[in-house]
Design a protein around this ligand. Structure first.
Ligand SMILES: [Zn+2]
Ligand SMILES: [Zn+2]
Length: 174
């Protein structure tokens, strides 16, 4: 196993509170759940397997920890929630977090070691929170016809709705 690209040595910053350090780190991120389109449902998105996230941040030491501010970017792929076409994009998340010492760090801060912090924790959380929950191939995607399954983005399929009594009942409920 190689060195983790998201682990930043902070010994020098620790010795000089107020000093800042600009870090750009890039690497793959371990996320829970599927990392590619196989195995995800329409309306979901993932970071593709093996794709790299970039963490571009400024670090600054304070008493008891390190302040981290900047951006996290990562590619994502998903399946349009209306027509099931493949969709892709780029996440860009503004982050501002703290890494702190000791057990008090647990709730509001990520844990810092004496001489290093793991930006991978922050990168993973930023991505998980910002992955599109219900992606669309385009804002006005017409979706699939519920009756014949045709992609209505390609034109009208000719179905006359609601021909099926089940659909009529749904209309009454509305
Ligand atoms: Zn669509
Ligand atoms: Zn149809």
């Amino acid at each position: 196993m190689g060195r983790d690209p998201f682990v930043v040595v902070i010994a020098r910053l620790r010795r000089s509170p107020g000093l800042t350090s600009h870090e750009v780190r890039q690497g793959t991120v371990a996320l829970a759940g599927p990392l590619d389109l196989a195995g995800i449902d329409p309306g979901r998105s993932v970071v593709p397997e093996g794709a790299e996230a970039v963490c571009d941040v400024t670090l600054q030491a304070f008493r008891g920890g390190i302040d981290v501010a900047g951006t996290v970017t990562a590619p994502w792929v998903g399946i349009c929630r209306r027509c099931t076409a493949g969709v892709s994009g780029q996440l860009r998340v503004a982050v501002h977090e703290r890494f702190g010492d000791g057990p008090a760090a647990s709730d509001e801060m990520y844990p810092a070691q004496d001489d290093a912090i793991d930006l991978g924790l922050l990168v993973r959380d930023a991505i998980v929170l910002e992955l599109p929950m219900a992606p669309l191939c385009r804002e006005d995607c017409a979706g699939l016809c519920p009756q014949c399954g045709a992609d209505r983005n390609d034109g009208e399929c000719g179905c006359v709705a609601p021909a099926d009594p089940r659909w009529a009942n749904l209309d009454v409920l509305r």
